[in-house]
Design a binder for this molecule. Sequence first.
Ligand code: GUN
Length: 294
Amino acid sequence: MTAKIIDGKEIAQQIRSELATEIQNLKTRGIVPGLGVILVGEDPASRSYVTAKEKACHEIGIYSNDNRLPATTTQAELLALIAAMNADPKINGILVQLPLPKHLNESEVLLAINPDKDVDGFHPLNVGRMVVGEKAFLPCTPHGVLQMMARSGVKIEGAHAVIVGRSNIVGKPLANLLMAKGKMANATVTVCHTRTKDIGHYTRQADIVIAAAGRPNTVTADMIKDGAVVIDVGVNRIEDSSKKAGFRLVGDVDFEACKQKASLITPVPGGVGPMTITMLLYNTVESAKRANGV
Ligand code: GUN
């Protein structure tokens, strides 16, 4: 079997054009959704994510308040900027790009964000709401993965989903969302991680394999069953002198080999990446609507 490729760029574009229409309607009522973006330091991958987020905001009509701070920024300076954004009615969503430099206290920073502006869904209150099935901002990458599966006709209900990776940003929330009661959910979920003895033993039983380990070739063709749905959340930079940037991006999945066996598969780049940013735009529009009673 040769897999159909899930085009994340195309699905992201569909959702973004739905959002652009919604933003135009909000603007006729004097409402302009706003996102505050904070990047501390010079990490190249973080800089490129943040640039892509800012560009996406401008393209669909979201006001973006961009703050690039030096790596020497103190905890007090960062908390003061978050407090100002919490109080600013033009800002409906606050995004602090992670990871932060080592000297900063990440959990204190996430706690300082007003949960009503937490469009990343990282504040413990929103994490808790998500886990118990209450209305919450859903974290963008897991939400993007669910949307791309739903819009590609993947049947999640009753499926066995195996997630490789247990990060707070992807693996843990995705496991919760997939096992929840409701639409785009009701799966049986297994989570594998670096201490799992034989990851292939689990992934070979999976109807849906989601790789979010942050390591190339974590999922190889011998680790999936025929017809599996394979979602690759990994973004890894591999040195490549033939490229202008000096590197190329690969996921966590051996794409070429798994494509011969899977029924549906996401590429890297052009798979989950564009969906993450799209769900951030979605949450920012949702937040603007809630703040204005729409
Ligand atoms: N770092 C990697 N992914 C993300 C994300 O979705 N949001 C933030 N704030 N930081 C990240």
